[in-house]
Design a protein around this ligand. Structure first.
Ligand SMILES: *Cc1c(COP(=O)(O)O)cnc(C)c1O
Length: 428
């Protein structure tokens, strides 16, 4: 499509956009009395208006039914999480039995590493991406530490980072594949962020998963920036496991519950270690208080505690909204709006002195809802200017802003207006 940097053109795109009406379904903070242009849905998604009703329902059931709410609420709490299976499995490309919701993201990745990182003296290495999200780095280090005493393995040796080439911002697929091949028999686990949080790069999960399996490793994915953002086919890609948080693109509220995927091929494998609790026990027999753990055959079998229903309620509101829209429609809009933002950035760049460098891949198959922009010659004052003028972005030292035009609630007009504010900010 040929884009234009005019208000009229942006409004025309909004008119043609079948998802435009969803902007009204969200609550926007205001700056100077005007609703903000919100580009940080990759960090914390906005609150959908419908969420409150889901939370109120649980509050009311608790008030009116107390303990009886476990069984007699409109949505009984004892199997509340099962309402996620169908919709969530469509979002991540899984069978309903392969997904579950519980805990929070890093906790779940640790629990999944209990099952899928079982190092031996000869096969103990983990491949991850260079500059992974800090929580993931701490997790890898502490997991290796946990096993190191028994095995005599060294941290520096066990964690293998895939590096960017000098002068490049993104990791090349060929370098990932070469590293997997090189580590070979020593490789226990590949665990990478499906979408890199800093650059927005989308990895070829299908190819990387196959390569990891070829050398006998497990392959898992941290989908914090991928769930609700990109098309996932976890079952068909044959990923062993994955986990994601729900408060970024899935708008479920701060620090909220995580989703997990565990491939069906592992559901009946009694040899796979796991940490157990009563919520993962055979659900027909859960309340018989038996002594021996008999796991549910499915991802639910990895649950430990009874679930925080008050935190699942907003997540369910979100999952219902995604189910209504479908990932295909969402992705169509995402690509259009991300391309429009890219176009506007290039247009503004031509009109001002500074120069922007978009470090996110320009290839549409390697990016999603985020453009990370290196601002040569500009500093934090530009970020502050944007914030003061109602554009909420994310600043990373030394001079990168991350912009996530979320297709559910960003309009093309927002993108046009952002360009105008950005230009004024640079010229001020
Ligand atoms: C946001 C994010 C997390 C956050 O983890 P929590 O356990 O939810 O605090 C972890 N990993 C990645 C890659 C993230 O982007």
């Amino acid at each position: 499509m040929i884009f234009e940097n005019t208000l009229e053109f942006a409004k025309h795109l909004d008119l043609q956009d079948p998802l435009h009406k969803y902007q009204d379904e969200f609550i926007f903070p205001k700056v100077q009395g005007k609703k903000v242009i919100y580009f940080t849905g990759n960090s914390l998604g906005l609150q959908p208006k419908r969420t409150k009703a889901y939370v109120d329902e649980v509050m009311n059931d608790w008030a009116n039914l107390a303990v009886e709410g476990h069984f007699y609420s409109e949505k009984p709490w004892w199997d509340y999480h099962e309402r996620f299976a169908d919709a969530l499995s469509k979002i991540v490309g899984a069978l309903p039995s392969e997904v579950t919701v519980m805990n929070t993201l890093t906790v779940n990745l640790h629990l999944l590493m209990v099952s899928f990182y079982q190092p031996t003296q000869t096969r103990y290495k983990i491949i991850c991406e260079e500059k992974a999200f800090p929580s993931d780095q701490y997790m890898f280090q502490s997991q290796v530490d946990f096993h190191s005493q028994n095995l005599g393995i060294q941290l520096e040796d066990a964690i293998v980072e895939i590096k960017r080439r000098d002068g490049e911002h993104n990791i090349r697929l060929e370098d990932v594949l070469a590293k997997i091949e090189e580590v070979g028999d020593e490789l226990a686990l590949v665990l990478i962020g499906g979408v890199n949080y800093y650059t927005g790069q989308v990895f070829d999960m299908k190819t990387i998963t196959a390569a990891g399996h070829k050398v006998g490793a497990y392959v898992g994915w941290d989908l914090a920036h991928a769930a609700g953002n990109i098309k996932l086919e976890l079952h068909d890609w044959n990923a062993d496991f994955a986990a994601w948080c729900s408060y970024k693109y899935m708008n479920s509220g701060p620090g909220n519950a995580s989703g997990c995927f565990i491939h069906k091929k592992h559901h009946n494998n009694a040899a796979l270690p796991r940490f157990a609790g009563w919520w993962g026990h055979n659900k027909e027999r859960r309340f018989k208080m038996e002594q021996t753990f008999d796991p549910i055959q499915g991802a639910d079998g990895w649950q430990i505690s009874n679930l925080s229903i008050l935190s699942l309620a907003p997540y369910l509101a979100s999952v219902d909204m995604f189910d209504e829209i479908g990932m295909d429609a969402l992705i169509q809009k995402r690509d259009a709006i991300t391309s429009y933002l890219e176009f506007i950035l290039h247009e503004i760049d031509k009109e001002v002195d500074s120069s922007f460098e978009i470090i996110t891949p320009s290839n549409p198959t390697e990016r999603a809802s985020q453009l990370s922009v290196l601002l040569h010659g500009e500093g934090r004052s530009l970020f502050d200017y944007l914030m003061q003028n109602g554009v909420i972005t994310d600043w990373r030292e030394p001079n990168v802003i991350r912009l996530a035009p979320v297709p559910l609630y960003t309009s093309f007009e927002d993108i046009y207006q952002f360009g105008q504010i950005l230009k004024a900010g640079i010229q001020s």
